[in-house]
Design a protein around this ligand. Structure first.
Ligand SMILES: C[S@@+](CC[C@H](N)C(=O)[O-])C[C@H]1O[C@@H](n2cnc3c(N)ncnc32)[C@H](O)[C@@H]1O
Length: 406
């Protein structure tokens, strides 16, 4: 998601229309009902509800979400060059596995799937199956429409899965999947830590930081912070941040099922020492509504996206614990350059030059800038690759190997 927070962003958010406001009230009521049952909702459960509650949550209900008419824009929506480069990058991995299956998890609008399939077709490297695992029933329908429209001849190769297969031989890809998973929010207290909960003040939602040592999530969070402190990280009193255990649990389950293949994950994030830098003392949680970025997760429940950056060191540690090899870690910019985005852009530009289409040439240049410039997505987004029983070497990771940053 590409945006920068504007000053006074919350007070300048556009107002939702009547239908959206009523929908948001139903989502809020669902949260209030859950709070009524237990007195408080861990922040991670709040995030799960407002994003994924069937029929209600941001990703589960019918709003536009991605693209110019939605709330945020992702790399595959910015330009087909992103997915075409990714397709080129993974060809050696597809060639190295039996009965090729490319599995995309969290496929959004389906545009990345369509552009990847089209590019792999050009490269004569189509997988036997392109599988999609998507949590949102609404997005699954949109993906089906998009793929039917954009790559009708390849549609038969696409399959939607309801869960991860028990045994997986595949190249698994996901763009901005992990940053859409619910996180735990913690605060460093004078003594120990507290976790963020959502509580109700009459009918308003607000946060409360609570030290509940009997809670399993609390114990898991405290153990992780103790471990990070033992490794030299220092959390000042009042320091607030996130841990994405869901991303780690998801990776563990993929690793458990993966017999042979690669996993390539693309997301906003940092290595651990940068993630928990002393100056990043309010965490990385971001809220997006109609392309405005702000920090209040309680505004318009169900209408805005909530996201938190990824700690890539934690992900790599989890991969190693689960017997995966860390094949690469680099910035989106390096990955795309290593995958050949420059020549793909040149080829597209050559067509526009021949057509004397100056507007299209400028638009293309703009897209490359957004994907690769450090102050846009180029350095903020990282790509990490894991493998099991797969000896493929992906040049895109070796353009500038940053594994030593983890
Ligand atoms: C931020 S969107 C990114 C969409 C798309 N990959 C893109 O880059 O445009 C996150 C996507 O992940 C899906 N998602 C979140 N958690 C998931 C899970 N555990 N399994 C499958 N899909 C999931 C969401 O429904 C949504 O499609």
């Amino acid at each position: 998601m590409i945006q920068t927070e504007q000053p006074d962003a919350v007070s300048r958010l556009p107002l939702p229309d009547k239908v959206a406001t009523e929908h948001s009230q139903r989502v809020k009521q669902c949260v209030l009902d859950k709070i009524a049952a237990t007195g408080r909702l861990p922040f991670t459960d709040y995030m799960q509800t407002v994003l994924y509650e069937p029929g209600l949550g941001y990703y589960s209900a019918g709003s536009t979400k991605l693209g110019a008419k939605g709330d945020f824009i992702t790399a595959p929506e910015i330009s087909a060059l992103f997915s075409q480069s990714l397709a080129q990058a993974i060809v050696p991995a597809l060639a190295a596995i039996d009965h090729t299956c490319l599995l995309e998890v969290g496929a959004g609008s389906g545009k990345m799937a369509a552009d990847i399939l089209a590019q792999l077709d050009i490269l004569n490297s189509l997988p036997e199956r392109y599988c999609i695992l998507e949590l949102s029933a609404d997005l699954r329908l949109r993906q089906q429409q998009c793929l039917k429209e954009k790559v009708p001849a390849l549609y038969d190769r696409v399959q939607w899965l309801d869960e991860l297969p028990a045994q997986l031989h595949a190249v698994v890809i996901a763009n901005e999947l992990l940053d859409a998973m619910p996180v735990v929010r913690f605060k460093k207290e004078r003594q120990g830590i507290s976790l963020e909960y959502v509580v109700a003040n009459s009918t308003e939602l607000q946060s409360a930081f609570i030290q509940d040592e009997s809670n399993v999530l609390y114990q898991r969070t405290r153990a992780r912070i103790t471990q990070m402190e033992a490794n030299g990280l220092l959390f000042e009193t009042g320091y607030l941040s996130e841990i994405n255990f869901n991303a780690e649990d998801w990776l563990s389950s993929v690793a458990d099922k993966l017999q042979q293949g690669m996993i390539i994950l693309i997301d906003y994030g940092y290595p651990q020492h940068e993630y928990y830098h002393a100056e990043r003392n309010a965490g990385t949680l971001n809220c997006f509504y109609r392309h405005r970025q702000h920090g209040n997760p309680f505004i318009y429940p169900g209408l805005q996206d909530l996201t938190a950056h990824i700690n890539f060191t934690a992900l790599a540690d989890c991969a190693i614990e689960n017997k995966l090899t860390v094949d690469g870690y680099t910035s989106q910019s390096n990955f795309l350059l290593g995958a050949g985005i420059a020549s793909l852009a040149e080829a597209a530009a050559a067509d526009y030059i021949e057509q004397n289409n100056i507007a299209a040439q400028m638009e293309l240049a703009n897209q490359v800038k957004k994907l690769t410039m450090p102050y846009e997505m180029g350095e903020l987004v990282k790509v990490i690759g894991f493998s099991k029983n797969c000896n493929a070497r992906l040049d895109a990771f070796h353009f500038k190997d940053m594994r030593d940053h983890l």
